[in-house]
Design a binder for this molecule. Sequence first.
Ligand code: HPA
Length: 276
Amino acid sequence: MEDVFLRAEKIAAQIEEKIGGGLPSVGLILGSGWGGASDLLSDAVMLPYASLCGMPRCGVSGHAGEVVVGRTGKAVAAVFCGRFHLYEGRSCGEVVLPVAVLHALGVDKVLLTNAAGGVNRAFSVGDMMILADHINMTGVNPLLGVKPRDKYPVFVDMSDVYDASLSDALRGSLLAEGLSVRAGVYMQLTGPTYETRAEVRAFRVLGADAVGMSTAVEAMYARYLGMRVAAVSCITNLAAGMGGKVCHEEVLEQTALREKKLSRAICSFAEKAVSL
Ligand code: HPA
């Protein structure tokens, strides 16, 4: 595997130079339709991925393809608007690159957001699901082939991927916006197809509450680096066989409907996270 550490360090050095001081302490990696949060940051420096040597370009609608570093309250946050997905044919190294760049910038707390299909029959469209745990159903592991480094052993404990106090803070921020908040198990698949009805039935039996195409692999890599992680899904649709048809436009529409609330909630989370 390409050396993600080295690539991330080079990208982080360019970001540091461009922002000139005020290094971030919280990182946000935003999923489909969640990008509005970066508009709420003050003293924001916007860095299109295309301006950062070594950073891949973003190819999916709903993903702007820029890093924004700015302030919210006392926090300085680095926001990746646009992530890289396995379904684009990306390597795991590219998928985890934003996490590695945040780590290279000195960030030790990260929030991952995504859009997901509800599998749990009690869930409704518009619910926010805080990730209590995940099932990595992609068939890949981001640490495959990683060079063992003294500080970063590769046999990483995954029994508590999602940090309890960050998750509590996140719950508070989402509830304060009047959003309906659930907790559950997220299952990551590669996509890009949505699931069959039979798969959704099977995944429910396996313990999934929601399905999506990101996040678990990034969370695993963040834990490898010793970062604390929180994650949230916007349930944009009910998974196959539970209602209507699933399509990307509907996914974007459902996040767009809640964009202001989601943006305010994650900025409020970033403000709390600095002191946790
Ligand atoms: N399945 C997989 N990924 C998704 C879905 C879904 O139903 N909705 C949003 N992302």
